[in-house]
Design a protein. Structure first.
Length: 150
């Protein structure tokens, strides 16, 4: 179970919900992004021409808000909030993460997404054919930060 201490830390990387890769964090401590005027804009390095594709912010009621533009024509948009207390530490790794369930407009999977130019690196296209999928967003910290906030 997560507490607010991790908001005082600065991640080194974030887990991209679109491609699943780690991308370099170039921002401030997580708690800095605490309102809509100060949200953190992130993008997938695999699709740099698409611009900022997802946004995160924290509120004073201990929630993380997220919204994502879709890279996929089968998923309109993804947005919501989760309590910070539901964010989990990955065991033995300086990483926190949370999973988001996404319902798609049509089936996704390797066969269904083969015509998309992004399908090779897309989390939605991986795996079996389905209409619901789960994506993960997370942050990776330096070992010293990890020991402090854990």
């Amino acid at each position: 179970m997560m507490n607010n201490a991790f908001l005082k830390s600065v991640p080194q990387y974030y887990v991209c919900p679109f491609c699943g890769s780690l991308h370099k964090w170039n921002g401030k401590q997580l708690g800095y992004y605490n309102n809509t005027l100060c949200e953190k804009k992130l993008k997938c390095d695999e699709e740099p021409y698409r611009g900022d594709v997802y946004f995160i912010q924290f509120d004073y009621c201990n929630n993380l808000h997220y919204r994502m533009k879709s890279l996929c024509r089968k998923i309109d948009k993804v947005e919501g909030m989760i309590p910070i207390s539901s964010i989990q530490w990955k065991p033995d790794t300086p990483m926190v993460y949370f999973n988001i369930e996404v319902t798609t407009e049509g089936f996704v999977g390797l066969y269904d997404c083969k015509e998309c130019g992004f399908s090779i690196s897309c989390n939605y296209a991986r795996g079996e054919r389905r209409k619901k999928t789960e994506i993960q967003l997370g942050f990776v910290f330096d070992e010293s930060e990890y020991r402090i906030v854990q």
